[in-house]
Structures are given as C-alpha cells and as structure tokens.
Write a protein that binds this ligand. Sequence first.
Ligand SMILES: *Cc1c(COP(=O)(O)O)cnc(C)c1O
Length: 458
Amino acid sequence: MATRSWAEPYKIKAVELIKLTTPEQRKEAIREAGYNTFLLRSEDVYIDLLTDSGVGAMSDRQWAGMMTGDEAYAGSRNFYRMQETIETYYSYKYTVPTHQGRGAEHILSKMLISDGDYVPGNMYFTTTRLHQELAGGTFVDVIVDEAHDPVSDHPFKGNVDFAKLNALVEKVGADHIPYICVATCVNMAGGQPISLANLHELRSWCDQHKVLLVHDMTRVAENAYFIQQREEQYKEKSIREIVFEICSITDIATMSSKKDAMVNIGGFLAMNDPALYEQACALVVVYEGLHTYGGMAGRDMEALAIGITESVDDDHIRARVGQVEYLGEQLQRAGIPIVTPIGGHAVFLDARRLLPHIPQDRFPAQALAAALYLESGVRSMERGVVSAGRDKTTGENHMPELELVRLTIPRRVYTQAHMDVTAESVIQVAERAEEIQGLRFTYEPEVLRFFQARFEPV
Ligand SMILES: *Cc1c(COP(=O)(O)O)cnc(C)c1O
C-alpha cells in the first residue's frame, strides 16, 4: 500500500450516503444503460468517477455564500463580486457569465469565427471543437507529438508545437486564423499541463501574427501546480501567482467553473478588450441571459466567486492533485498501463494495452468502462474513438491514438479509502481482461455521440 505524509486539508461536515449493489443488479443496470456509463442512474453507482464536472464538494463558506444570493434580474451584487474576483485572481477585466463552459464557447465561436476559418488548439475538446465547427471553422491540432503517446514522460505534454502552428499559417494564412485556443491541463491528453515558457513563446507568436490567444482555463489551477513542481523558475511562486501570470498573458478566457472553481453549475467568458466585451454582451442576452447573470443564479455566482479563492490555495491543490497521483501510483505498482505522467484531474487507463484483443472499431475503452462498472460499481468514462466522433466531411470515425478510460476524481468528495477500492477493482478487471468482449452501436447520435450512444456486446 502506498503511504503519504499529508491528509486532506478539510474535515467532513455533511455526508451523502452511497449504495452498494450486487453483481446481478449491476449486470441489469449496465445492460439497460446500453453499456454506456453516461446512461447509468447515479443511484446504481458506488464510486462515481465519471467526471470532475460539477461534482465537487462545496465548502461551508460557499454554502453560506449561497444564502447571500441577490436574485435581481439586473445588476445582482453577486455578479459584481464575481467579476471583481475574476479580475483579482485571473486578471481579466470583463466577465460575461454563462450557464457553463460550453455557453462561453458558443458565444466566443460566434463572435470570432467566420466560415472557412481555422482554429488551432492544443488537442481538441469535444464541446469546444463542435462549437468551432458549428460556427464554420475547422479545428487543427497543434499539440506536441508526445501528447498522443501514452508512455512518453514529457513533463509538459500540453505544450504547443510551433512547427505545426507555422505550417498551418503557411498553408492557410494568418488572416484565416482568428485565434488559437489553448487549454491549461489538457483534458483529452490526460490532464497534461502546458509550461509557462511555452505560453510566453506563444504570446509572442500571437503578437507577431496578430492572432488572439484564447485560454480554456477550466483547469488552470491544476496546471499551475505542475508548473510549480516542474518549471524551475516557478518553484518558489504560489499557485495564486502562477495562475495570475498564465491568465495575464492571454486575451480571452472560457471557463467551466464546474471543474477548478468547485461549483455545481456555472461558467464564464472573460476578456480585456472592451470592444469584444460589447460583442459578447450582445450575444449572451440572446443565448444565455442578461449580461449580469447569463444563465446563473445570483447565489451560484457568489459560490463561484468563493470557489475561485479556494481553488488557488496551495494546500488545496497539493491534496487535489496528490489524491489523483495516489490512485495512479497504486495502479502503476500493479503494472496497469496508464497514461504518464499522471494527470491533474484523472487517471487514464490505456485500453489499447489492457485489451489488445479488441480492435479499435469495437470500442475497447467503452468495453473496459462497462467491465469496471460490472466488477465493482465504479463509474468511469470512455475517452477514445467513441468520444472522438466522426469526421465532418468524410463521415468516417476519427481514430485517435489514445484509447482511454478516464477515472476522474471529483474535488474534495472521496477519501483515500475510495481510491484504494477503485485501484483494487481496476486490478481485478485487468486480471481477467481477455474475457472482456468488444461492443457495437445499437444507437449512434449524430453529434457528441458518446453522451447518449447505446451498445451491445459482440
Ligand atoms: C468541461 C470542459 C469544457 C466544457 O465545459 P462545460 O461546463 O461542461 O460546458 C470545455 N473545455 C474543457 C477543457 C472542459 O474540460
């Protein structure tokens, strides 16, 4: 068993009971869910590692803040508090609240992308790319090659590869690139960070080519932690200082506050340019709500403001990423193939190496997620060919190099004992890996198919 010299920097004030199920119940539940863990009822889940989105535990301070919600239609005091907090911690002057991250992506894509434009990014994210495509753009992956290699130990797999970026400019011209979108702690690469050295270089590149730098800041605090640990000149800086520096060298940010900021719902689009802010205000009122609430209740904006201050605390982030590492290291010691280095929000199982007998068009990661649920009631998520979807022109499946199952750790929710049970379950599934069968679609939605697709064993 692993040991560690610190414990969670909080104590438990309220608990939520969870249910243990029998193997028979789980067999029935996963069949009914079409072998898609998104379609399971949460009540049938024991340890829920589907996502870290909106499932964090709010602090007593955040709950107290909820009671101070000012639910005015216009000009809620909580909006101003949130906007000031965003400026103080994240540097951005103007904030447009949205119901969650994709609301911000929608508005941003509509504002900046014209038909035929290209939008480079450090690996795609599902909703981000779809909004870019719906606005007439084409996403281009410019992340370093190491990001696609699950065994590379590159410390900053989220970095941008400038050769790829320059090749794109040569091919399409910088005037067809409205912006580059970089994510901090790249979700689809396994929660892998981008370095500040790379970001500073990107800032100069963007100035030189007159391309805006957009920051998908969903997991900026986790990225800051890796910078503190791995980038020499930042090891004495606080998470708060590093987060501020990252934000201050980018032009615009989209945020899903359901992740880093530990609220159950909410997000925003933030920026420094008043002209862009004016455009964003004109769109938010159509798609989300008035520019001072944009799809969020006053109480939720208050909880978000407090969540931001807690998310950049050094003790919090060390324990948060530490818990992920604790799980990952147990799996590594047992010889389970996972993506390395271990990411900031999740441990990613490498389904290609765990289930070499299942070809990619039989969805090994999807099958592995279903098998893990059957084993122990632990819910995980596919991040492979099902999530990647189909090419918008050829209609063929995107065949990503990474075929992963994500064990995503909610913030401040589970204890070390839950991590131990999870590790044991994965090890048990791996021991009988050859019994796991591939899957085929019985229902395939046209967009974001992973959410609602149904399967059957082949
Ligand atoms: C979750 C997520 C989003 C979308 O945010 P939602 O709040 O789920 O709409 C965008 N980018 C990244 C990197 C994410 O992880």
